[in-house]
Design a protein around this ligand. Sequence first.
Ligand SMILES: [Fe+2]
Ligand SMILES: [Fe+2]
Length: 290
Amino acid sequence: MDENSKMAQKMRETVLDMDDLPTLPSVVLKVIKIIDNPYSNADQLTELISMDQSLTAKTLKLANSAYYGFPREIMTVTEAVVVLGFLTVRNLILTSTLYNIFVNENEDKNFDRRKFWKHSIATAICARLLVSATVPGQKEEEEAFTLGILHDVGKVFLDNNYHEKLMMVIREQRRNRKDPVYKIEKRVFGMDHGEIGALIIDRWNLPENFIEPIKFHHRPSLANDKFMTSVLHVADIISKYSMANYDGTDILSHISGDALTAISLKKDSIKSIMQSLEYEMSNADLFLNS
Ligand SMILES: [Fe+2]
Ligand SMILES: [Fe+2]
């Protein structure tokens, strides 16, 4: 076994054996299962929310927010689920519980968790936009959203457990822009954050089809599930560009051509996706400050 495979093996064991891996709140898992099950209904979701005080408060707050502009006050969770819709409520639950895992008040300038959270939400929204622009289907759109939020979870793990080394990786990437972060991570940790994220998704018992897109979001050509992996790959890059306020002129040099083909996205549609993303982000306050 060469040095790098040994490192990869060790990292795998660390992720799989770690006792204090942040646990995914069981409510998230329950929500994902409810949505995944074609026979589930709004009552089950309402019941789940009603058992949790802070989720109840958030759901009512979202239903009564100016964004939805309902003419009268929404007083109950049942009503809120009806007016907001099943999937919006699910995303609210997902984002507000994951927020606590992803964001800590880490002042380190190299890994700003709030900025990171914003990137995750932007990737989620963008992934949903890409699916709806190419192969619309509500279940797929919402799955893309979930994957967008989760796609860089491996970075959270690295920051929590190998903060100094991760900072080194980021500094090296800034110094020498030739290699992308995931390649430097592979050298330093034996695995990149996509592979680590895939192990975490597995440990959290999330649906199996979440694993590949997360694992290969920086190397979509390696995935069997080309569609979702490519959606995530393209969404990640578009969201990075949008946050950095680039106009997107040279964005194509960062996107795998195969990924564009896999999602049948025309190059000239990227600009309009970026505009829609910008608009949606300006309305995403509730998700951003969960
Ligand atoms: Fe990533
Ligand atoms: Fe990312």
